[in-house]
Design a protein around this ligand. Structure first.
Ligand SMILES: Cc1ncc(COP(=O)(O)O)c(C=O)c1O
Length: 419
């Protein structure tokens, strides 16, 4: 991605040259993708990694069918939440022993928010983004009710000022580095530091960042983080999520869901709860082994991948798509809402158009799978492990053609479930 292209090169020539220079192109073989589909929805549900079917087959036919209950020990099922947690930890910059995988993002978020508030017991405010994903906002409200706190909704760009003015009252700030609708990337370092300068804790939701860009939770001093396994990590529908808690908080970490597997001696089946040492105290109940082991196999798609290079390719793809949009789509009434500045862009491009829903449906019919968020945002998620510049151009070209010919239903029925 270092070739300089002549200013007169067509978008087709640019895409071909950028793909020819792409040293990560072979990674696409690590995924099973239908041949005629441009898949730009991996920020919602990652596609099937090629390693997963054989791994799951072995888990089911060998470990479960033959090994039966003995597989909890012999096949390492019991340790899977910690082992898979560490595998995710390597992608988010967490040294081992601080990340656990096994429950849903919503459950992990509840645990993280409540535990964070408990670590700052004398502070009455929980601060979160008014544009945060709904579950993050609902759970902040739920934890606030439970703990008699007040929730403040503050845009990320206004958070440093709020913390400077009123920070000593803030227990925890809960944000995502990437806005799930617009794809805008916020500066985790600045916001984490601002929280710490005020004595508050920083909790990050990494759903739209883990596996998409290099992260450094240890280096930034992040206190807690959560994220899901089914978006850029491609762990499969409903894949287990992860929870990171910085080691310095482990001894005081009080989970609101003290299940038996987080007990220091789970098989003693004791009358009262004594938390396990370390991140194991964030275990809750019997882990979803099939899903966990599918996620573990999926994560091998990242083996040997330098996340900084993946990020460079992702920015090249999203930057190129913004160029395509500028040339082909803005004249037709599309407005890019994702920042053009690379440092402010996650791994997604969002275009505003009044017929976003109808266009997403029509695009899928011509082999481009993207999605939309009501009322008018068309989202194109970019996973650089398997996406090419020619994919991005195909998406923009087909979208232009559909729009020019008005070849779509402007108000189709509401989409079924998407996550
Ligand atoms: C940013 C963010 N947080 C939380 C969630 C909720 O995750 P789950 O439904 O797996 O609990 C999602 C789901 O898409 C999300 O995008």
């Amino acid at each position: 991605m270092t070739t300089t292209l002549p200013a007169t090169a067509t978008l087709h020539e640019q895409a071909a040259r950028l793909d020819a220079d792409d040293t990560l192109a072979d990674l696409r073989a690590r995924f099973v993708l239908p041949p005629d589909v441009v898949y730009l929805d991996g920020n919602s549900l990652g596609p099937l990694p090629a390693a997963v079917p054989a791994a799951l087959d072995a888990v089911v036919r060998r470990q479960w069918a033959t090994g039966l209950i003995g597989s909890w020990n012999a096949a390492g099922w019991w340790e899977a939440p910690l082992r898979v947690g560490d595998a995710v930890g390597r992608l988010i910059g967490a040294a081992q022993g601080q990340t656990i995988a096994g429950d849903s993002t919503s459950v992990q978020l509840f645990t993280a928010l409540d535990a964070a508030a408990a670590l700052r017991p004398d502070r009455p405010l929980l601060v979160t983004d008014p544009g945060h994903f709904p579950t993050d906002r609902y759970l902040a409200d739920a934890v606030a009710r439970r703990r008699d706190l007040e929730v403040l909704h503050v845009r990320p760009e206004d958070l440093p000022d709020l913390l400077a003015a009123d920070g000593e009252r803030v227990a925890v700030v809960s944000y995502s580095p990437v806005d799930y609708r617009t794809g805008e990337l916020y500066d985790m370092r600045t916001l984490t530091r601002a929280a710490h300068d005020a004595g508050a804790l920083a909790l990050w939701d990494l759903c739209h960042a883990a596996g998409a860009l290099p992260l450094d939770v240890d280096g930034l001093g992040v206190d807690l983080a959560v994220g899901c396994g089914y978006k850029f990590l491609s762990g499969g529908p409903g894949a287990p999520a992860f929870l990171y808690v910085a080691r310095r908080h482990h001894t005081r970490l009080e989970t609101p869901l003290p299940g038996w597997t987080g007990h220091t001696d789970p098989f003693a089946l004791a009358d009262s709860y004594t938390p396990a040492p370390g991140i194991a105290r964030a275990r809750i109940g019997t882990p979803p082994i099939l899903s966990l082991l599918a996620l573990e196999a999926a994560l091998t798609a990242f083996d040997g991948v330098d996340l900084a290079r993946l990020r460079t390719k992702s920015l090249s793809l999203t930057g190129f798509f913004l160029r395509c949009a500028g040339e082909l789509l803005t004249p037709l009434g599309f407005t890019p809402v994702t920042p053009a500045e690379p440092g402010r862009r996650g791994s997604q491009v969002t275009l505003r158009h009044a017929h976003a829903r109808g266009l997403a449906v029509a695009l899928a019919e011509v082999g481009v799978i993207a999605d939309m968020r009501a009322p008018d945002l068309l989202r194109f998620g970019v996973n650089a492990l398997y996406t090419s510049h020619q994919d991005m151009l195909a998406a923009a070209t087909r979208l232009r053609d559909l729009t020019e010919k008005a070849d779509y239903d402007p108000s189709p029925p509401t989409q079924g479930p998407v996550t």
